[in-house]
Design a protein around this ligand. Sequence first.
Ligand SMILES: Cc1cc2nc3c(=O)[nH]c(=O)nc-3n(C[C@H](O)[C@H](O)[C@H](O)COP(=O)(O)OP(=O)(O)OC[C@H]3O[C@@H](n4cnc5c(N)ncnc54)[C@H](O)[C@@H]3O)c2cc1C
Length: 381
Amino acid sequence: MTNAPVPPDYARFDDLLSDEERAVRDRVRSFVNEEALPLVADHYERGAYPAHLTPRLAELGVLHHSEPVVDGLIAHELERADAGLRSFVSVHVHLAGSAIRFFGSEEQQGRYLPAMARGELIGAFSLTEPGHGSDPGAMETVARPAPGGYVLYGHKRWATNATIAGLVVVWAKLDGEVRGFLVDRGTPGFRAEQIERKLSFRMSVSSELFFEECFIPESQLLPGAKGLGAPLRCLSEARYGIVWGVAGAAEACFEEALRYSLHREQFGRPIGGFQLTQEKLADMYAAVVQSKLLALHLGRLKERGQLHHTSVSLGKRTNVRHSLSVARTARTVLGAHGITADTVSLRHAANLETEMTYEGTDEVHALALGRHLTGLDAFRG
Ligand SMILES: Cc1cc2nc3c(=O)[nH]c(=O)nc-3n(C[C@H](O)[C@H](O)[C@H](O)COP(=O)(O)OP(=O)(O)OC[C@H]3O[C@@H](n4cnc5c(N)ncnc54)[C@H](O)[C@@H]3O)c2cc1C
């Protein structure tokens, strides 16, 4: 395939970044191009997370939280490879890690966060249950007080990373209030099973969790997490990363389609010379530029402590929609070639179907925006 010129950066996105931000972005991009991308297609097909990349992610310094725009750029670059790779980091750092950073005791922070940053301990975060996804406040998992701690009973589903994690942050009701519990791997009464047969997020580990008379010592309760607002605050951190990540997936799809359109000839000329293809390229390019600018704007707001969770809903919903549309359009440019694992857009499109749903569905974020705009709560019909 010919090397198309790098698409001109009309929005001058790079000028909006500091030297340090560009340096981190370039470092993660090199890792993605040289070490992650070559193995993505194979691992995706096999439905396996490439665990040997974890120490490299730690060396790159992406297994702990950074400044908001740096975090965003990392998410963007990782998802250029695959949403599963971005999600591994996102759940580890921004869900499990944030729960401990925001709500853990000093002792808990010292015990878990350094090991997590070194990649020696992987984190997972378990809120969703088989019967309660969009409405986690209705969760049935409970913690009952017992001498020296609590006993967990319940059934959770869809926790990313959990079967490979050393720690799962589990949300359960204690006397009717949602609380967070740090559940170490191997705790008696706790079992995690991998969810198989996924058609999306195949390079990510998704798990089902069972708690049967699972004793958790008092020292494993997150003291600062009281009520559903606690897990929702962590989710807002991770959703912010999705705003950036999906823009990376879209960029990868667009660039592949552009390259292919200049190389592939039909009717005696490159398909990129047809007006219909150019309209697709123009639409995809516009969506990528808009998504990146929105992500960066939200990142700058976050740096100033001005990022409202409704703006995160706006960003997550808007950018996932943009990116899914880009991935599907890019796939059409690739023709039949686009349905193979030698190309990226169909894989990204399949991943984006998950991203439409997880960390708040498209509909739930519409309801959050609707409530903000009207002052009327439509969550319960
Ligand atoms: C690959 C993957 C990884 C995940 N990782 C994690 C994880 O690490 N930790 C974790 O806790 N969870 C995780 N999840 C779960 C995810 O957050 C849930 O799937 C999500 O919250 C939606 O819940 P649900 O699938 O039960 O759908 P449901 O809530 O049953 O929704 C089904 C449909 O009904 C719609 N709907 C629901 N309520 C309303 C309403 N009030 N008005 C209009 N429409 C409505 C939804 O928008 C959706 O279209 C993951 C999911 C996937 C697929």
